[in-house]
Ligand binder design. Sequence first.
Ligand code: NOJ
Ligand code: CA
Length: 550
Amino acid sequence: MGENTFLRGPADWWRQAVVYQIYPRSFADLNGDGIGDFAGIIDRVPYLASLGIDAVWLSPFYPSELADGGYDVADYRNVDPRIGTLEEFDRMTEALHAHGIRIFVDIVPNHSSDQHEWFQAALKAGRGSAERDRYIFREGKGENGELPPSKLASHFGPEGWTRVEDGQWYMHLFAKEQPDFNWGNQEVRDDFLKTLKFWSDRGVDGYRVDVAHALIKDLADGHLPERDSYDLEVMKTDGTDDLFDRDEVHEVYKTWRQVFDQYDPPRVAVAEAWVHAHRRPAYASAEGLGQSFNFDLLVQPWNPKQFKKTITYNLAAAERSGSSTTWVLSNHDNIRHATKYGVAEGFDLYKWQHSKSKGNSLPQIDIQKGIDRARAAVMLELALPGSTYLYQGEELGLHEVFGIPADQMQDPQWFRSLGEKATRDGCRVPLPWTAEGSSFGFGPGGAHLPQPEWFAEYAVEVEEADEDSTLNLYRKALRLRKKLLDVEKYEWVRSWNRNVLHFKRPNGWHSITNFGDKPVKMPKGEVILTSTPLVDGMLPGNATAWFLAK
Ligand code: NOJ
Ligand code: CA
């Protein structure tokens, strides 16, 4: 089994780690059924090692009917047979560990799949049963209980309650196939501790905790939360909101920490908690999950002022909390950042994706500019203190795939919002490994989401052969970063140009980014890496350089 005794090392290995997110269904397919699998990941461990990452995080690979890309888990301690087996999981963990790569798995505690045996048992057992108490079942309103118990929208569509055959309703903040657990129920709490032990015993090093802020809801004395918008502005800021980020949720994570600390080194975790910024440190406390995602760069357009504000705020907050911050430019829920950075000035693609009534109309993208900026951005984030979460494909400079035909889309966000919210499928398209061949080398039998022709240019094989490719830039940057890492401190260096962000680490490692389009003068120093070659000693527009002060 994957007990990783050889990976004992400092307990704080995670603080400045680079974690690479694998979306298992779209990474590599070895058996040719069009769906990525563990065998495919095992096959590409040398590739992962060649990147120079410290860990991988796997999005859910558990048995699931895929109502939400696997975030609808039918069995928390097993593997979707389309992806592999537990035995293959162990082999994959061993192979990763043998290359010095740690592994995070995704834990989805707010809701299960409606196929989970507990939910099926709840349906059968009927109202008032212990089985129903593990979820949130309530009577409806109206004369015959035909109206939902409260006015609650779900993230993916109009209704946050669904009625079952005997007339009761159950709550689901996401798709109707994702019933919310009742975290007031001790069995639910105990079962998640069991799950954490199960994977930790198998050698899992860390956990990414899905919607970590939603577990505890105010359901006391017949109260039921109502909500018609999930905008952050609607959420109370002081831990008393009836749906999200309630103070009591940290009691749950204290019990998780007790499990993590039974291992050597202690298991680690990172919270996905879309909460008010000042509330994040609580999730990142040493008595809790230890780290909490900061998505502030991910939601920023290419703008020096906003980048600077975000960086300054988050590093100060991390210092206060004792944790380290996390930098994220892309993940499986958002438009790839190369694309986001290629839109016209003033057009906010993040807002576009999450706002209403755009249907599937496409924004204009400057492909090259997007890639230049993406390369500059990753160098900037890698030079900062804190850990970095990369999303599969960004190391290829991959763009978002737009225009997936409606009959091939998989993401419920699109169906349930009746096209008002953009699909997330465009960043989940299987990776291109070769320029030719079936599904660009993803697997011998096609891909579960359609890949566009232009994927060929971004294939791993093509980029490996090109010294200046984005892939090789990531490899060089990650190698250099390992050597240059220093205490978690940084200092802004003043620049006369408003388009320039320049900072240094105590050991003399400098990073300078030109957000503008015109070249700028380079400060004195020994240049060690640039995202775009210098021109006559000048730093081109949309570029970052690392240098050592003389
Ligand atoms: C956040 C995940 O990243 C997303 O993909 C999922 O749809 C929701 N949580 C619900 O689990
Ligand atoms: Ca497969």
